[in-house]
Design a protein around this ligand. Structure first.
Ligand SMILES: *Cc1c(COP(=O)(O)O)cnc(C)c1O
Length: 247
């Protein structure tokens, strides 16, 4: 699906290549500073609002982990790229409604945003019906702010408490509790946010040793996330360019 003779496509490829080098350099430098091996950090290209052609170019440049935050857009791109024969790993990173689970399990390998027991059950049922296992990350709210999503660490809430959500995921045969995801609260220094996330992740791993994935860090704060143990960084604008404000 890539027309290498089209000058616009070549220019876009060169731009993505340059952006990718910049992001890879940042990850490598952050790993060196933290005494970590860059091989421990997986780059997920968050391609929301950008066309399937960009995903194909990134795949050609070696990025095969792709993140999307809206089911409708993700489903269409995943179908188009699968039809073109690309083998990609799709990460659903956005807020997920229970009625979208059926669609999401049609393409997503990893769902980063499980934040309620009810959502875990709905996702598990959808995966079950499709006869597949989906990797699930429990999204944690670091500041407990309502409205941005995320399970609440330390809360006994049977629906949104972190322990309840991890238990619901771990107890579902068609889900694998792979780890945790968080977005740094906008008004917190990223180091404070990701240090807190690392503490929460250590506590979860004490009970669920296989939950080793830590999805943290975006274009603006990936260094802090790597410092605090991120295994997956979700990078949009630093790779693809600034998105229009409306999304
Ligand atoms: C859009 C998005 C990202 C990427 O954000 P950038 O700042 O563009 O790198 C990461 N995670 C989630 C959940 C997102 O919605």
């Amino acid at each position: 699906m890539i027309d290498g003779s089209d000058p616009a496509v070549s220019a876009r490829r060169a731009q993505l290549d340059a952006n990718l080098s910049g992001v890879r350099d940042r990850i490598a430098a952050a790993c060196v500073a933290a005494g970590r091996d860059p091989g421990e950090v997986t780059l997920i290209a968050v391609t929301k609002t950008y066309p399937a052609g960009d995903v194909a170019l990134l795949a050609d440049l070696g990025v095969t982990d792709v993140g999307e935050n809206r089911d409708q857009e993700a489903a269409a791109k995943a179908a188009e790229l699968a039809a073109a024969g690309l083998d990609l790993r799709w990460h659903f990173v956005g807020r997920l409604q229970r009625n979208k689970c059926r669609s999401v399990v049609g393409y997503a390998d990893v769902v980063h945003s499980v934040d309620s027991a009810r959502l875990a059950v709905a996702l598990a049922e959808a995966a079950d019906r499709r006869g597949r296992t989906v990797q699930a990350l429990v999204q944690v709210s670091l500041d407990g702010a309502a409205g941005r999503g995320g399970a609440l660490a330390g809360a006994a809430d049977p629906e949104h408490g972190l322990a309840a959500v991890t238990a619901a995921v771990a107890g579902a045969g068609s889900l694998r509790l792979a780890g945790l995801m968080a977005v740094a609260p906008p008004d917190w220094p990223p180091d404070r946010a990701f240090a807190r996330l690392a503490e929460i992740a250590a506590a979860v791993r004490a009970e669920h040793p296989a939950a080793t994935v830590l999805s943290a860090g975006m274009s603006g704060d990936l260094e802090a996330a790597v410092r605090h143990g991120a295994t997956h960084v979700r990078i949009g604008s630093a790779l693809l360019g600034m998105r229009p404000a409306l999304r």
